[in-house]
Design a protein around this ligand. Structure first.
Ligand code: FEO
Length: 414
């Protein structure tokens, strides 16, 4: 089957020559058959991927039936097909589609062509999306209810509906006999690695936190409920669809509990732009004032920063202070982008304020404050100054630092 040939320049390279990671065994007759995307640096044309990513698909060979759990990004279809061939997979009975987003479902049309007996297993909502996004024929899809099971002979799949992690149609699949949870995006990390399992927890903690911040945090309250649904499962392995597999599931479930449930920390996030240096003078002074009062600060120059780092900082922060010059009567466009993103990510923030400079007027404060409507934050007195800050302006920054420090202390934040 050399529908798997890939073009390299003007050459066609046979799939047999593609040098990619081969299938790997998790447990008896359960295999990783996905693809590692070492070079991808942007996801959804939005999210930076400093460490690449992977699209993990898994093959389960029961004593009677064979199931494929999710597929891969359409750009990597040939890798998945090659992996299935290497395992001598003649027939697939079911393709479990936990999530309709194309990085997991994009290879589905090709897989259904190559394995015409296969039926897709999904939630009802996922079926609607697959029919519309990928033109999968309705009669190829079997929908399953929450907690429904499917026997593959000696292996049993249990489907648990966990909507909104991070689309409305999502479910996870639990392989009962082996205690393996296949949660698709949930618990994942954008991290390309030759390791099947997590080997460096500190590194994966960072990648998984970035993933949580960018993809899952807007659904924090729903995830809180969903995590409760997973309690009681005997989890030996968590096999997500991005990043390495967790053979110590507590590592990632405890991290999620911290990110989702814990109160924010005694941290101020300070994204800013300075055009002619006035706002930067204020930022430097203000950061020092906060640190003197025992408050940690994470500052981000928005003309240089990796926006994913800002998202990660928002996971724990209690306060955001936005620093902006005034451009064409409002905040700098990079500030608008960062504030819009912050509002969309819905972090645990409790307080917000604005510092910055203007030349002759503007609506910077109103515009920024109006963009934080998703957040339940108390807006603290902004400090906007004309041109460079003067003695009285530094005192106002001191007062804002005092107020933040006192409010964090009143909430018992550490
Ligand atoms: Fe990894 Fe929501 O796709």
């Amino acid at each position: 089957m050399d529908g798997c040939a890939r073009s390299v320049g003007h050459l066609k390279i046979s799939s047999k020559r593609l040098i990619k990671l081969k299938p790997r065994k998790l447990v008896n007759r359960v295999y990783w058959v996905g693809a590692v995307d070492w070079d991808r640096r942007l996801f959804d044309e939005l999210i930076p991927l400093p460490d690449g990513t992977s699209y993990n698909a898994y093959l389960i060979k029961g004593s009677e039936k064979t199931a494929l759990i999710d597929t891969v990004d359409p750009t990597m279809t040939d890798v998945l097909v090659k992996n299935l061939k290497l395992l001598d997979v003649e027939d697939i009975d079911y393709v479990v589609t936990n999530h309709a987003e194309q990085d997991h479902s994009g290879a589905l049309p090709e897989i259904l062509k190559l394995y015409p007996k296969a039926k897709v297993i999904s939630t009802r909502k996922c079926k609607e999306l697959l029919v519309n996004l990928l033109l999968i024929p309705e009669d190829k899809i079997i929908t399953v209810e929450d907690r429904e099971t499917l026997a593959l002979g000696d292996k049993t799949l249990e489907f648990i509906h966990l909507p909104w992690v991070h689309w409305p149609e999502t479910m996870v699949t639990y392989l009962r006999e082996d205690g393996i949870l296949f949660p698709c995006d949930l618990f994942g990390s954008h991290f390309a690695s030759s390791d099947l399992y997590v080997t460096d927890e500190a590194m994966i903690y960072e990648a998984a936190k970035r993933y949580y911040a960018e993809i899952m945090m807007p659904f924090r309250t729903i995830i809180e409920r969903n995590l409760k649904k997973l309690q009681g499962l005997d989890l030996k392995v968590i096999a997500p669809s991005h990043g390495p597999v967790y053979n110590r599931p507590d590592f990632i479930t405890e991290a999620y509990r911290e990110w989702v449930y814990s109160p924010p920390k005694n941290v101020v996030v300070l994204p800013y732009v300075s055009m002619h240096g006035s706002t930067k003078v204020m930022v430097d002074y203000f950061v020092s004032a906060l640190v003197d009062r025992g408050v940690a600060v994470k500052q981000f120059n928005l003309t240089k920063t990796d926006i994913g780092k800002l998202a990660m900082a928002l996971v724990d922060a209690a306060t955001i202070v936005v620093g902006s010059p005034t451009v064409l009567g409002g905040p700098h466009p990079n500030v608008v982008y960062a504030v819009y993103l912050t509002n969309a990510l819905r972090p645990k923030l409790k307080f917000a304020s604005i510092i910055g400079s203007y030349g002759w007027g503007g609506r910077t404060v109103d515009v920024i404050a109006g963009m934080l409507s998703n957040l339940r934050v108390e807006l603290l007195e902004p400090v906007l100054v004309r041109g460079l800050p003067k003695t009285e302006d530094f005192k106002r920054l001191d007062r804002l630092a005092d107020e933040i420090s006192n409010k964090h202390r009143d909430l018992g934040l550490s």
